[in-house]
Write a protein that binds this ligand. Structure first.
Ligand code: HEM
Length: 457
C-alpha cells in the first residue's frame, strides 16, 4: 500500500441521533463523537441535538469573516471560556474585545522573544535530556507512554524558553495527570451544557477539576516567582511579560494575571505540540514508507552532522508530514465562537446566543473541499500540487487577528524533535486495541499509546 492510500484512525461518522447516543453510551466526554456525518459535507448546517442553536461553519469565506470578526459580534464562546477560566482566567487565549486588545498589546513584545534561532538551543537541550531518559528505557527494554513522553518533552521546551529553566522533576507528570483530569471533567461539563443548557448560563465546575487547576497554577506560580524578585535578571518571555505595562494606565500584570498569561504560553504552547507530535510519531512508527522517506531526507540534508537550525527549512518532506498531521489531527479541534447579536451566516438566520462552531477538524476533513480528505498524503503540500489546497480551509493555527503566536515556533520544534528522535530510535507501537482519536480540549488518542524505543545501530 502506498502512503497516499493510508487512512489513519478516525471516528466513524453517524447520523445525528446515533452520534448523540454514541457519546452518551461511551460516556468519555468525547466531543468528536458528537459530530454527525453531515458535519463533514455541509457548508453551514445546524446540529440538531442541542437545546441551544449550534451552527457548524465549513464555508472558508464565512470562517474568515467569523474569525476576523470586524464588528465584534463573534467573541470566544462562553462555554469554552467558562470551562478554561479556572485554569487560565480571562487571559489572552479566552478574552475578547478591549480586554483582549489590551492584553495582546502588553504581551506582544514578549512574542519577539520567541526568536526561533534562540529558542532552538532550548529545544536541543530539552531533547538531549529526553534522549538520556529514553536511552535508559531502551537499555532496560522498558515501554513508555508516547503521549506522556511528548508532553514531557514539549513542556520542558516551553519551560526553558519561557522561564529559562528546565522542567522541574515531577512537574511534567503532575501537570499531565492534572490536565487529564481537567480536560476530561471540563469536557463532561461542556457536553452536558452543550446538550442541555441555554446560552450564557453559568454552570459551576466540579470540585475535582478546580483542585486540578489549582495544582497546575501552583506549579506555574513557582516558575513565575523567581522573575518577580528584585534581583531578577532574566532575558526571556516571562521577564518580558513581567515588564509589560498597560499603555493607558501604566499598570503591570498582578501575580495572578501573570500566572494566567504565562499559563497560556505554557499550556497552549506544550499541550498542542504534544498532541500533534503524538500523532506524528504514531504514524511514522507504524508506516515504514513514511519513516523511510523521513530518514532518507535527514541523511541527504544533514549527513551525520547534528541537526542544525539551518537544516530545518530543507527538511521539506518532514515539514509536509507535520502539516498533514495538523490537517488530520488539529490539536485544537474546535475554535468555537458565540453570536452576540442576531445575524446571518451562509444564508442562515442566526439567533443571539447561537454557538458558532468553526472546527479545524471538520473543515480540514471536509469531503467537498479536499481531494481524498481522509487520506494521509503529505505530498499534497508539495508546490506542484498547490492547487489542491483550498484557500482558508487549513486553519490548525486559527486565522485573522487572533492567529496563534506560536505557529512558527511549533513547526520548528516539531521538525527538530521528529528528526532527532526518528534518526536515533526505532519505535515499536503496542496496539493492543485500535487507536481512537477523541477531542476534549485537544485532539488525543482515547487511550495512551504504548511505545518501545530502541537505539538504532
Ligand atoms: C502545534 C502547536 C499549536 C497549535 C496547533 C496552536 C493552535 C492555536 C489556535 C488554533 C489558536 C487560535 C484560537 C482561537 O482563535 O480561538 C491559538 C492561539 C494562541 N496560541 Fe497557539 N497553537 C500551537 C502552539 C503554540 C505555542 C508554541 C504557543 C506559545 C509559545 C502558542 C500560544 C498561543 C497564544 C498566546 C494564543 C492566543 C492568541 C490570541 O488570542 O491573541 N501556541 N493557537
Amino acid at each position: 500500500m502506498t502512503e497516499t492510500a493510508y487512512i489513519p484512525p478516525r471516528p466513524v461518522p453517524l447520523p445525528t441521533t446515533l452520534s448523540l447516543l454514541r457519546v452518551m453510551w461511551q460516556g468519555d466526554g468525547n466531543l468528536l463523537g458528537l459530530l454527525p456525518n453531515k458535519a463533514y459535507t455541509v457548508e453551514t448546517g445546524w446540529l440538531g441535538w442541542s437545546r441551544r442553536s449550534i451552527l457548524v461553519v465549513n464555508d472558508p469565506s464565512e470562517v474568515r469573516r467569523i474569525l476576523a470578526d470586524p464588528d465584534g459580534i463573534f467573541p470566544k464562546n462562553d462555554l469554552m471560556t467558562g470551562a478554561v477560566e479556572p485554569l487560565i482566567g480571562d487571559s489572552i487565549f479566552v478574552s475578547s474585545g478591549e480586554t483582549w486588545r489590551r492584553q495582546r498589546r502588553m504581551v506582544a513584545p514578549a512574542f519577539g522573544n520567541l526568536q526561533l534561532s534562540r529558542a532552538f538551543s532550548a529545544m536541543d537541550a530539552a531533547i538531549d535530556a529526553r534522549e538520556e531518559a529514553l536511552d535508559r528505557s531502551a537499555a532496560d527494554g522498558e515501554d513508555v507512554s508516547l503521549d506522556l513522553t511528548m508532553s514531557w518533552l514539549t513542556a520542558d521546551v516551553i519551560c526553558r524558553t519561557v522561564f529559562s529553566a528546565p522542567l522541574a522533576p515531577g512537574v511534567a507528570q503532575d501537570v499531565y495527570e492534572d490536565f487529564k483530569i481537567f480536560e476530561r471533567s471540563a469536557a463532561h461539563v461542556e457536553l452536558k451544557r452543550l446538550i442541555l443548557a441555554p446560552a450564557f448560563e453559568d454552570i459551576p465546575q466540579h470540585e475535582r477539576v478546580l483542585a486540578a487547576c489549582a495544582r497546575i497554577r501552583k506549579h506555574l506560580g513557582t516558575m513565575v516567582d523567581p522573575h518577580l524578585r528584585e534581583d531578577a535578571d532574566f532575558d526571556d518571555i516571562a521577564s518580558a511579560v513581567v515588564a509589560a505595562r498597560d499603555p493607558e494606565t501604566g499598570a503591570a500584570f498582578t501575580r495572578e494575571e501573570l500566572i494566567d498569561q504565562l499559563g497560556v504560553f505554557f499550556l497552549a504552547g506544550h499541550e498542542t505540540s504534544a498532541s500533534a507530535l503524538t500523532w506524528a510519531f504514531y504514524i511514522a512508527a507504524t508506516r515504514p514508507d513514511v519513516l523511510g522517506r523521513i530518514r532518507d531526507e535527514i541523511t541527504q540534508v544533514c549527513g551525520d552532522d547534528a541537526i542544525a537550525f539551518d537544516h530545518i527549512p530543507k527538511l521539506s518532506y518532514l515539514k509536509n508530514v507535520f502539516k498533514e498531521v495538523l490537517r488530520l489531527y488539529p490539536p485544537i479541534t474546535f475554535i468555537p465562537r458565540v453570536a452576540l447579536k442576531p445575524c446571518e451566516i451562509g444564508g442562515r438566520k442566526v439567533p443571539r446566543g447561537a454557538m458558532i462552531m468553526v472546527a479545524p477538524w471538520t473543515i480540514q476533513r471536509h469531503e467537498k473541499l479536499w481531494k481524498n480528505a481522509a487520506r494521509f498524503d503529505p505530498d499534497r503540500w508539495t508546490p506542484e500540487r498547490a492547487n489542491d489546497i483550498p484557500k482558508d480551509a487549513y486553519i490548525p493555527f486559527g486565522l485573522g487577528p487572533r492567529i496563534c503566536v506560536g505557529a512558527a515556533f511549533a513547526s520548528v520544534e516539531a521538525s527538530l524533535i521528529l528528526a532527532r528522535l526518528l534518526r536515533r530510535y526505532d519505535i515499536r507501537i503496542e496496539e493492543s486495541k485500535p487507536v481512537r482519536p477523541v477531542a476534549r480540549l485537544t485532539t488525543r488518542p482515547a487511550d495512551p499509546i504504548t511505545a518501545r524505543f530502541a537505539r538504532r545501530g
